[in-house]
Design a protein around this ligand. Structure first.
Ligand code: PLP
Length: 613
């Protein structure tokens, strides 16, 4: 059975039932397709983003329990805290659930801008920490002070000395409660992978050792040294190897010890930033992450204990800000297939003439006589024949009917051959042929809106059909979205993405693809290319009796809302359309009324396609 690499990327969150359907891997194993059908019963069409709060909970519990276990195991004297960085996903359908689930752990929020900080101040659990990273102006610093005055446990992390000066000035101007101060350190060790720019000598962020000393002096002078509680670093997102993290942590541990010795007596925490990686690969050969959370927690606790003991300083509290690891799993985008491009290549469309060019007759013979023992040979022959027919066509020696027959026959032979050869025989060039004969699946979603990191970074996301997993998929597939941009394609890729899908008759059956691990970064980075907006979303909560509840269904924005977001005057649009219809001399009054009614419906509906899917 093809499990689409579920055992590699699935994190035990999903399973396939006896009927070949993707299910949640919970006690009662509800099928995703049932959820989609329930939601569609209310007339909703187009792509649907499913949110699973139980998968948010699973990640949070995993993080806390691993660190708590490691702390116990190594008899570590510091404690563990974590915050969720809002930039990874700020959608309310996610954040509100996260905050609720994180409450017993005092799981906090990290903010990187004024808007995120204000959001954190409104939603963060009481007593849970808030950290603020990123560049700050006087206003942002002021908001941080207001958070402290409200009673939030907030730490402003300084990215540069001018920010520290801003804080010192603000502290003089404002009321008694003050935020804690963190210093972001600039490490000489850097991260790895596509996001490695966050650390290293040339990174965008952090204080050099000279600046750290200067910062200590400034804090002392301003009588704020007791507010300096944390040092912070972040070596980048999706850290696939543990080694760079260990190097950075060693460096940070030593800086912590030095600063303590210099008199930073309230410096009690090291914040390792985010970066815990998610396994996105569907093929074993391409798997990315080389460590487990257990190993990560053990390494962090053990290293910090060793350094503190060596340098004879108090063991620091451990603080992390991983976002991708917490949010990626919780969301699955489900989108209907609208069309298979080679569907027109069916046997009944072959229209042989009384006398055909010899190549066509041969193609027909190949098609009639292909069997497993000769499939590869016939496949090669058919591709060569079709190419010859195309050449003849260009030279004027074959007509359009000949060409159509050749294309249909070659396509049917490929289909048969691939099905016959299957996975049984490992022909080295079979995958090459599959690459050539890939079927294009047109899918009702926008890659720019829902998988922007595929477009921008070629980040792979697991894709699998929600049903038919008990049937062998025979078509090597490339995915086309409905934007009219040629970048809106996920190609069949022999090395990275060998996606096989089923040969389906889309006129008579629905076929849905699930795009997994899309809960981190994709939603807010998504762009409205062609004016396709955030898909309809729904939250699925599991009930104790085995059922599930669908809630918070938010339909994709209407066309008018999108235009309004872009600052169009929607009244002007409506009036102009109205006027133009009124003035039309091609239709009578009754027809005008009808047309206007239709137009209003379209304007108030979303722009995704409605045909079948
Ligand atoms: C982006 C960011 C994070 C989150 O990184 P993930 O890879 O999503 O865990 C944490 N801390 C800081 C400072 C960041 O900029």
């Amino acid at each position: 059975m093809n499990d689409y690499g579920l055992s590699i990327w699935g994190n035990s969150n999903f399973t396939i039932d006896g009927g070949g359907r993707v299910c949640l891997n919970t006690d009662f194993k509800p099928a995703l397709i049932d959820m989609i059908n329930d939601i569609r019963q209310d007339g909703i069409r187009g792509p649907i983003l499913l949110r699973f709060p139980h998968l948010i909970k699973k990640q949070i519990v995993e993080i806390y329990s691993n660190f708590q276990r490691a702390i116990k195991e190594f008899d570590y004297n510091g404690n563990f805290s974590a915050v969720y960085p809002l930039k990874v996903n700020q959608y309310p359908g996610f954040v509100k659930n996260l905050v609720k689930i994180g409450n017993p752990y005092k799981y906090g929020l990290e903010a990187g801008s004024k808007a995120e900080l204000l959001l954190a101040m409104a939603y963060n659990n009481f007593e849970a920490p808030i950290t603020v990273n990123g560049f700050k102006d006087k206003e942002l610093i002021n908001i941080g002070f207001i958070a402290a005055e409200m009673g939030h446990n907030i730490t402003l992390t300084i990215e540069g000395l001018s920010e520290l000066k801003g804080i010192i000035e603000t502290a003089k101007e404002r009321f008694k409660p003050k935020p804690n101060i963190g210093l972001r350190i600039r490490l000489h060790s850097s991260g790895s992978g596509a996001w490695a720019k966050s650390a290293g000598i040339n990174s965008k962020f952090g204080l050099t050792s000279t600046e750290l000393i200067e910062a200590m002096n400034l804090l002392k002078e301003a009588n704020l040294l007791d507010k300096f509680t944390m040092i912070h670093f972040h070596i980048g997102s999706q850290i696939n190897e543990i080694h760079p993290l260990k190097k950075a942590l060693t460096e940070a541990g030593n800086i912590y010890a030095e600063l303590r010795k210099m008199g930073a007596k309230n410096l009690k925490a090291i914040n390792l930033g985010g970066g815990l990686a998610v396994e996105y690969s569907q093929m074993k050969e391409n798997s990315l992450r080389n460590y487990t959370l257990r190993e990560y927690a053990n390494d962090v606790v053990f290293l910090l204990k060793t350094i503190s003991n060596q340098k004879k300083v108090e063991e620091p509290n451990i603080f992390i800000e991983s976002g991708r690891y917490v949010s990626a799993n919780h969301a699955v985008l489900v989108a209907p297939v609208l069309e298979l491009f080679s569907q027109e290549y069916s046997e009944d469309k072959i229209c042989l003439k009384k006398t055909n060019p010899p190549l066509i007759t041969e193609l027909y013979d190949l098609y009639q006589n292909i069997k497993p023992t000769n499939a590869l040979e016939y496949l090669h022959d058919s591709i060569a024949h079709m190419e010859s027919v195309l050449t003849l066509f260009d030279l004027g020696y074959a007509d359009l009917q000949d060409r159509s027959n050749a294309e249909i026959l070659a396509n049917l032979i490929m289909k048969k051959a691939v099905a016959m050869l299957g996975n049984k025989q490992n022909f080295s060039d079979l995958s090459k042929i599959q690459n050539e004969v890939q079927e294009r699946y047109l899918v009702n979603f926008s890659l720019f809106q829902s998988l922007p990191d595929f477009w921008g970074l070629k980040q792979h996301f697991p894709i699998m059909p929600l049903e038919k997993l008990d049937e062998r998929p025979t078509r090597s597939a490339s995915i086309w979205d409905i934007t009219c941009d040629s970048d809106g394609e996920i190609p069949f890729d022999i090395d990275k993405n060998q996606l096989f899908l089923h040969d389906i008759d889309i006129q008579n059956e629905n076929y849905y693809l699930g795009f997994f691990l899309v809960g981190a970064y994709q939603e807010v980075l998504g762009m409205s290319h062609n004016l396709f907006t955030h898909p309809t979303e729904a939250t699925i909560t599991l009930k104790e009796n085995g059922g599930y509840e669908i809630s918070d269904v938010l339909e994709s924005q209407s066309v008018l809302d999108i235009l309004e977001d872009m600052d169009y005057d929607v009244y002007e649009i409506r009036d102009t359309l109205n006027e133009r219809i009124e003035k039309s001399e091609l239709v009578d009054e009754k027809q005008k009324k009808h047309i206007l009614g239709e137009l209003y419906l379209f304007l108030n509906d979303n722009g995704y396609l409605k045909t079948i899917g």
